[in-house]
Design a protein around this ligand. Structure first.
Ligand SMILES: [Fe+2]
Length: 364
């Protein structure tokens, strides 16, 4: 699978991820083969990019696998995501002045929850790159979805899930108190600037309480930067002193931040995110929560470019649920090597779980 600009699509390409217009209306579902007319139509509709596959890459298998492994931004309906994002934006823009519509927040959490509860065995892969402008709103919705996936996995009762979803969606509401310059500063912050950033937790907490949000949900805004080992802010709480719902959101927040480009740092590849969460388990994150969470991360999602210990490069074509570090990869033959001249098949699929000598040493 590759992400290409519409003008670069060659007729015959298969749509690998649904194409939506700006308003969230589905234009082309997964699996449709695009002809010249279709490509031109998409360009006319101002669609700039699409995820596509070419049939020689054995589309049916890849699509089947891909369907089992949705991105964070696909495990809820696109229209729900758009609605949740718009609502978060509205709440963040108006919370200080005219309060918030609690019923609308409650409805959107119910909508997200019902979609998550109806799909079993959700596996998370990294979400797509986002623009900085939309970052806070998209991030909020992702943190909400990921937190609820963790909450469902932990068998939390429905009322706790509701509070978790509400608090996760609005955890960064206090960020409206941070000046744009500080929020988007690409270099390190001064002490004063860092204090301004830290204050978003306390300010957000108060704003949510003033707006009539429950104490439990508001606590998430207050405690989402506390760390399990006590090294976080604002109150240096540690371990179980930090409310369970906040411990969940801390992990979801870091996971989503690591997986996406920010002004001050590039996103990390899935395997690095995985290792980083494992490394911080018991330090920043509650050990039990992160251990369960790691079981739900697709380490090498289909389409990831990988480098083997032999320096051969390949692309993941099947994820291995039981041995996530050993997927099936497709290695392309070197076309410039005379030994390969005239060969009709120019790639070989290797199941890394069946070989002792090959392993992935990095991604590209
Ligand atoms: Fe935050």
């Amino acid at each position: 699978m590759q992400k290409v600009t519409i003008n670069d699509i060659i007729p015959g390409a298969v749509v690998a991820k649904p194409i939506y217009n700006e308003r969230g209306i589905l234009l082309v579902p997964t699996g449709i083969i695009l002809d010249e007319k279709g490509i031109n139509k998409l360009a006319e509709l101002d669609i700039r990019e699409a995820f596509i596959l070419y049939p020689e890459q054995d589309t049916s298998k890849i699509l089947k696998q891909y369907a089992k492994s949705p991105h964070v931004d696909e495990i809820i309906y696109h229209r729900t995501r758009v609605k949740a994002q718009k609502l978060t934006k509205k709440v963040m823009q108006t919370i200080g002045q005219k309060g918030v519509n609690i019923d609308k927040i409650s409805d959107i959490i119910d909508e997200i929850l019902s979609q998550l509860l109806s799909s079993d065995n959700i596996i998370l892969t990294l979400s797509r790159i986002r623009t900085i402008d939309d970052y806070t709103y998209e991030h909020s919705v992702n943190v909400c979805v990921v937190s609820l996936v963790i909450g469902i996995d932990l068998n939390l009762p429905p009322e706790d899930l509701k509070q978790l979803g509400t608090g996760a969606l609005l955890h960064d509401v206090g960020k409206i108190s941070i000046s744009e310059d500080v929020l988007n500063k690409p270099s390190s912050l001064t002490e004063n600037e860092f204090n301004e950033v830290k204050a978003h937790t306390v300010i957000g907490y108060q704003m949510l309480l003033d707006a009539g949000i429950s104490q439990e949900a508001a606590m998430i805004a207050l405690c989402h930067h506390e760390r399990y080992d006590g090294s976080g802010y604002n109150r240096n709480l540690a371990g179980e002193e930090i409310p369970l719902l906040s411990r969940i959101v801390t992990l979801a927040d870091s996971y989503d931040a690591m997986s996406n480009d920010r002004v001050y740092k590039k996103k990390l590849s899935p395997d690095v995110v995985y290792k980083e969460i494992a490394r911080l388990s018991g330090r920043h994150f509650d050990y039990t929560i992160s251990e369960r969470f790691l079981r739900r991360i697709d380490l090498y999602p289909v389409g990831t470019g990988v480098v083997l210990n032999t320096n051969h490069k390949g692309v993941v074509v099947f994820a291995n649920k039981l041995l996530p570090q050993s997927p099936v990869i497709r290695v392309f033959r070197d076309g410039t090597n005379p030994k390969n001249a005239g060969k009709s098949i120019n790639y070989v699929d290797i199941d890394l779980s069946k070989t002792k000598y090959l392993f992935i040493k990095g991604t590209f």
